[in-house]
Design a protein around this ligand. Structure first.
Ligand code: DX5
Ligand code: ZN
Length: 219
């Protein structure tokens, strides 16, 4: 699978969001990760379709929209109309997950399923054949800048085996507490898309930050 880095704009300076996104693109980002939080599924409130639309105008990179919201079905169309390329939904927030995944695909985006650190790999066994990506949370969602949970690594390996066993061709993305050290651990466990918020946007030299992460991808 192709190795990709997806900067999360949650850690960007929103007073100059366009510049931040362009800087990430110039530094070699492969996609832009957009964290949508509703204050219900997760304790924090972040951004909605307007931000996706604004980001869509300033970059041609794929937009990876991570929905940390209850009833994701209700908002999928708005996010896809706003320019989302990938829509990932939490298994914990999606009681009718096949319908939701099908709807994302019907509307022209790539569906992905997300699992929290406490949710077992077995929870996605019936949906994995229908998605383009599995996003394994390496922190409990809701905030940027949290510490990586090491205990998630065996689950990444388990999901990688599930994908190999089923002869699927899908991505494993990791999100939360990713820096050059934890990126390497996740890569060795089988992940190939790496979300990084503070490891990129909280650094003054974004190019240097990106290069440090990318170095681990070739090791
Ligand atoms: C957490 C979000 C993450 C967050 C990652 O709920 O889903 O995408 O922005 O931030 P860092 O990389 O700082 O842990
Ligand atoms: Zn995220």
């Amino acid at each position: 699978m192709q190795m990709k880095i997806a900067p999360s704009i949650l850690a960007a300076d929103f007073s100059k969001l366009a510049e931040e996104v362009k800087e990430a693109e110039a530094a070699g980002a492969d996609m832009i990760h957009i964290d949508v939080m509703d204050g219900h599924f997760v304790p924090n409130i972040s951004m909605g379709p307007f931000i996706v639309e604004a980001v869509r105008k300033v970059t041609s990179l794929p937009l990876d929209v991570h929905l940390m919201i209850e009833n994701p079905d209700r908002y999928i169309e708005q996010f896809i109309d706003a320019g989302a390329d990938y829509i990932t939904i939490h298994v914990e927030a999606s009681p009718h997950i096949h319908r939701t995944v099908q709807e994302i695909r019907r509307l022209g985006a790539k569906p992905g399923v997300v699992i929290n650190p406490g949710t077992p790999a077995s929870s996605i066994s019936s949906i994995i054949d229908y998605v383009d990506m599995v996003l394994v949370m390496t922190v409990n969602p809701g905030f940027g800048g949290q510490s990586f949970i090491q205990g998630v690594l065996p689950k990444i390996r388990e999901i990688k085996q599930m994908i190999i066993g089923k002869e699927l061709d899908i991505d494993i993305e990791v999100d939360g507490g990713i820096n050059s050290e934890t990126l390497k651990l996740c890569k060795d466990a089988g992940a190939n898309i790496f979300v990084a918020g503070s490891a990129i946007f909280s650094q003054t030299d974004r190019q240097k930050a990106m290069n440090e992460l990318r170095l681990q991808l070739t090791n």
